[in-house]
Design a protein around this ligand. Structure first.
Ligand SMILES: [Zn+2]
Ligand SMILES: [Zn+2]
Length: 375
């Protein structure tokens, strides 16, 4: 494993610290230290660094990471398209592992418990936290973005963000449950999906594959899956969705044809392109709801009367997910209603080169559905 010592401020103090660390590390991994893959500066590759195992406060849980997913958002943090920091920060927000240590006030989990981590660290007491909408907590910090995440040997998290992971769910699935699947569930909840309704999912990556299955678990009558990659459409079909290939056809027209002109009740957009956001709205039936969950800095236009006011459609923003949604999500996975094994297409070690390679692929919307780091 390469060691990395570029303290870029370059001042005398930093140099002294760097030399001291080289000395320490040359004797092998220093006691109380751990490996981490960190972002030092947006626009640069992530890098390996040996850092101290985090301190465990009275309400904290220290988790030994067993699996940490790589998400499209991570590529956005690395490129700088989405803000993160302060730097350096350890990335990785899809984390499952074993409880290594607990704070003096922690009671809901015990040492050696299998757990997965809701990626928001919150205060638990503010206006939004107390209403269960902790993603708007005044002091919210997402792991792997604004505080150290799971591409490391250990991660520390407030107790309320740590959930028991049943033994039926493998580590790597427990990890990706915590982002792609939970955001998909949040999108469907925000869209108020009812049993018997029809759903269109735009984008069959990690989120889309979960959205298809969760829509069915919540009672959707039929799910249409839109993508341009044949492999992803095949995957969607295996999950029971009706594939809609947008490579050569207009997916809006095709969904209208498949629904006898009516459109779908719920559309979920998880790609993050203005074009597909627009299509998600355009394929709605009257009273339909489009949940937009794909990250984009762009804008999209719709025809205000014919696509919004007239049919009384709704465009709903989806950001993150809620702790209160985790138990249902974990239970769907435990029961096999949410199958994630096929979604995980690659396992890699805790290695900066392998992780950067995966992020490069995500930058180019590669065929990989989901890569998971096993430290
Ligand atoms: Zn993610
Ligand atoms: Zn709060």
């Amino acid at each position: 494993m390469p060691l990395w010592f570029d303290f870029h401020a370059g001042g005398g103090d930093n140099q002294a610290v760097a030399l001291a660390r080289v000395d320490k590390l040359s004797q092998g991994k220093a006691k109380g230290n751990m490996r981490a893959i960190r972002l030092f500066e947006p626009g640069q590759p992530v890098k390996f660094q040996e850092i101290e195992v985090p301190h465990v406060g009275p309400k904290d849980v220290l988790v030994r990471v067993k699996a940490a997913g790589i998400c499209h958002s991570d590529a956005h943090y690395r490129s700088g398209m989405t803000k993160s920091g302060p730097f350096p920060v350890t990335l990785g927000h899809e984390v499952a592992g074993v409880v290594e240590k607990i704070g003096s006030e922690v009671s809901s989990v015990h040492i050696e418990d299998r757990v997965c981590i809701h990626y928001l660290a919150t205060c638990g007491q503010c206006h939004y936290c107390s209403q269960g909408f902790e993603q708007f907590c005044a002091s919210v910090k997402m792991i792997g973005k604004f505080r150290d995440g799971g591409w490391a040997d250990f991660i520390v998290m407030p107790e309320r963000s740590v959930f028991l992971l049943p033994p039926e769910i493998p580590w790597e699935q427990g990890g990706i449950l915590m982002c792609s699947s939970s955001t998909s569930l949040h999108a469907l909840k925000k869209a108020r999906l009812q049993g018997g309704e029809t759903v269109a999912v735009f984008g069959i990556g990690g989120l889309g594959a979960s959205a298809i299955q969760l829509a069915q678990a919540l009672g959707a009558f039929r799910v249409y899956a839109v993508d341009i990659k044949p492999k992803k459409l095949e995957l969607a079909e295996r999950f029971g969705a009706i594939p809609v290939n947008a490579a050569n056809n207009d997916p809006v027209r095709e969904i209208r044809d498949l629904t006898h002109g009516r459109g779908v009740d719920v559309a979920v957009e998880v790609i993050g392109l203005p074009l597909t956001m627009r299509q998600a709205v355009q394929c709605l039936a009257p009273l339909g709801r489009a949940a937009i969950a794909g990250l984009s800095g762009g804008t999209f236009e719709i025809a205000s009367y014919s696509e919004l006011l007239g049919p009384e459609t709704e465009i709903i923003g989806v950001s993150d997910h809620l702790a209160q949604e985790m138990p249902l999500l974990i239970e769907f996975a435990r029961q096999g209603k949410l199958r994630l094994a096929e979604v995980i297409t690659r396992i890699i070690p805790l290695d900066a080169g392998a992780i950067n390679g995966t992020l490069d692929e995500l930058d180019h919307y590669g065929d990989q559905v989901r890569t998971v780091v096993i430290p």
